[in-house]
Design a protein around this ligand. Sequence first.
Ligand code: ZN
Length: 289
Amino acid sequence: MSIRTLLLLILALPALIVGGAMALEVKIPVPQWGRDYVLSFMVNQEAPEFVLPEVLGPDDPERPLVVIDAGHGGRDPGSVSGDVREKDIVLAIALALRDELLESGGIRVALTRDEDRIVPLADRPEVARQLEADLFLSIHADSAGEREDISGASIYMLSSEASSEAAARFAARENNADRVNGLRIEGQSEQVSAILVELSQARTQEDAAEFASLITREGDGKLLFHPSARRSAALAVLRAPDVPSVLFESGFVTNDGDRDRLTTPEGRQQYAEVLAQAIRVYFARRSET
Ligand code: ZN
């Protein structure tokens, strides 16, 4: 190889690497952001703008507000099995749940996405926070790879370890001017703020746990649950410290039975009815106290 060819190669290397990344779409798993999130490098890709969605339902701020978050979207399909993509399934369930709630009335609803588009992970709980939502429900579907026998829905909450770590980080970040469950932490010392956020988050976690158990209660005999249906994990999407947040894994795209339930209108309606009923009972209990 001549020196000239070598020089050319060296000069062309960055372009080759960029070109390679473009063609390959480099993906790095980042489980600390969420169970099935990957960091994917795309060239010339603009970060989508933060959009605060429209609040649907009664035009009354006193009415409870649930933010429904259909996982993934756009370039991120989530779990895939054959031509079944998680991003489509969960959007369809989210839309059916929205319709179900609006039909029965009394509850305000907002969706982090109502179409096939990318919503950055950090924006999802932020929508709930900025709208001062009372409940956040993220809907996903799972994949078990080769294990086609694994099936059933699960409900994830933020693990307590992750929750206090999130609380600490939240306190550090938002120390100067913010509000958590109506507690103003502005001007407080860092330690006092951390304690206030911790207390607020403990309450938030209790509420999330109550909502999770309502999903299993209302879904009993109507949905198929995984044997250990209630779990906790360090999920970034559940980290709003002042909005009770739950992630519902509706089922496995890799299981025939689950896939049928997830892809048919009847199956989706069943999910929507169970989740809507759990949401109604959750808010009804709150209005009594
Ligand atoms: Zn997912």
